[in-house]
Design a protein around this ligand. Structure first.
Ligand code: NDP
Length: 326
C-alpha cells in the first residue's frame, strides 16, 4: 500500500518528539514504501520551535515525507489522522502533588481523546508516551466512545527493551538471541519485568531467574530505575531511546511481531490475568493482522503474581484519583 498515511505527533518540539520525527520520516516506523504526512501538534509557545524542526525535516529531503504541518489546535491536528503519537504531556513541577499531575494530564488527554473520536480516521491507532502514560491512555480511550478501546495503547516497549539489554549484559547472550521477555503493569517504578518465560541464548529465563539475589537486587530495580539513572548521567531524560521504543511499538503493531516471540505494550485489559477490565495495563502481546493480542496461557508463579498485583493496584489507584477529580 503506497497511499500516504497521516501521522500526528503531539509535543513534537520536545526532546522525544524531536528524536521521533526524523525516524518516522526515514521510514523506520511504517516501512520503506509508505509515504508520510506529518502533523506536529504543539502548545502555542512551542509552535516556533516546531517550525524549526519542520525546517530540519525539510532539509532531510526524505523521499517518503510528503508534507509537514504544524498546529496548536488538536481538532485540526487530528483531522483524518491514521496514527497518533501522544508524546506531549504536562511535566511535574515543583511542589506539585501526584494527584495534581494526574488531573492536569487527564484534562489534556480527555480533550485529545474526544477530538480523536470526532475527527480522526476510523481505524486510527494511538500510542501514548506522555506520562503518566497508562492512565493518560485510559482517559483518552474513555473519551473516545466510538473508537474501539484496543486502538489506544501506552508505551512500555522502552521498559521491554531495557530488560532485554540488561539480560544481554548479564548473561553475555546477544540481544538477537533473547526473546519472550514480558513487562507487566504500569510504566512506573512498580512495573514488573518478567523473565520466567524468556529464552536467553540456550538458557531458559527461569534458569537465569533462579539467581534470586540478582533478580530482586539487581535486574528488576535496574530496569525500573533506568530512566532516573539516565537523567543522572546525561543531565536530561531519555529521549532517543524512548522515541526508538515508540517506533518499535508502532512498527510491530502494523507489521507484526516476529514469529516465536512477543513484545510488551500497555493495552486496555479485557480482564486477562486477573487485571480489571479497562485498566491500561502492560502485558506480553503479539500483533496479529494489525491488532494486539495478549499472549494467553502463561503460568504466573507466586513471585510474579505479587508483583503484577502491586503494579495493577497502582494503575487502579491512578484511575480512581483521576475519576475523583473530574
Ligand atoms: P519529553 O519529550 O522528554 O517527554 C514527553 C513525555 O514523555 C513526558 O511526559 C515524559 O514523562 C514522557 N516519557 C515517557 N516515557 C519516557 C521515558 N522513558 N523517558 C523520558 N520521558 C518519557 O518532554 P519535553 O518537555 O522535552 O517535551 C514535551 C513537549 O510537549 C513540549 O514541547 C510541550 O510544549 C509539549 N506539550 C504538548 C501538549 C499538547 O500537545 N497538548 C501538552 C503538554 C505539553 P516524564 O515527564 O515523566 O519524563
Amino acid at each position: 500500500d503506497t497511499t500516504p498515511v497521516v501521522v500526528t505527533v503531539t509535543g513534537a518540539a520536545g526532546s522525544i518528539g524531536y528524536a521521533a520525527v526524523f525516524r518516522i520520516a526515514a521510514g523506520d516506523m511504517l516501512g520503506p514504501d509508505r509515504p508520510i504526512k506529518l502533523r506536529l501538534l504543539e502548545l502555542p509557545q512551542a509552535v516556533s520551535a516546531a517550525h524549526g524542526t519542520a525546517m530540519e525535516l525539510q532539509d532531510g529531503a526524505f523521499p517518503l515525507l510528503t508534507s509537514v504541518d504544524i498546529f496548536d489546535d488538536a481538532r485540526a491536528a487530528f483531522d483524518g489522522t491514521d496514527f497518533g503519537l501522544l508524546i506531549g504531556a504536562k511535566p511535574r513541577s515543583k511542589g506539585m502533588e501526584r494527584a495534581d499531575l494526574l488531573s492536569a494530564n487527564s484534562a489534556i488527554f480527555a480533550e485529545q481523546g474526544a477530538v480523536i473520536n470526532d475527527v480522526a480516521a476510523d481505524d486510527i491507532r494511538v500510542i501514548v508516551v506522555g506520562n503518566p502514560a497508562n492512565t493518560n491512555a485510559a482517559v483518552a480511550a474513555a473519551s473516545a466512545p466510538d473508537v474501539p478501546a484496543e486502538r489506544f495503547t501506552a508505551l512500555t516497549r522502552l521498559d521491554h527493551n531495557r530488560a532485554i539489554a540488561q539480560l544481554a549484559a548479564h548473561t553475555g547472550a546477544p540481544v538477537r538471541d533473547i526473546s519472550r521477555v514480558s513487562i507487566w503493569g504500569n510504566h512506573s517504578a512498580t512495573q514488573y519485568p518478567d523473565i520466567f518465560h524468556a529464552r536467553i541464548g540456550d538458557r531458559s529465563g527461569a534458569d537465569v531467574a533462579a539467581d534470586t539475589d540478582w533478580l530482586v537486587g539487581d535486574f528488576i530495580p535496574t530496569v525500573a530505575a533506568r530512566g532516573t539513572a539516565i537523567i543522572e548521567a546525561r543531565g536530561a531524560s531519555s529521549a532517543a531511546s524512548a522515541a526508538n521504543a515508540a517506533i518499535d511499538h508502532v512498527r510491530d503493531w502494523v507489521l507484526g511481531t516476529p514469529a516465536d516471540d512477543w513484545t510488551s505494550a500497555a493495552v486496555s485489559s479485557p480482564g486477562a490475568y486477573g487485571v480489571p477490565e479497562g485498566l491500561m495495563c502492560s502485558f506480553p502481546v503479539r500483533s496479529v493482522d494489525g491488532a494486539w493480542q495478549i499472549v494467553d496461557g502463561l503460568e504466573i508463579n507466586e513471585f510474579s503474581r505479587a508483583r503484577i498485583d502491586a503494579s495493577v493496584a497502582e494503575l487502579q489507584s491512578e484511575l480512581d484519583a483521576v475519576a475523583a477529580r473530574r
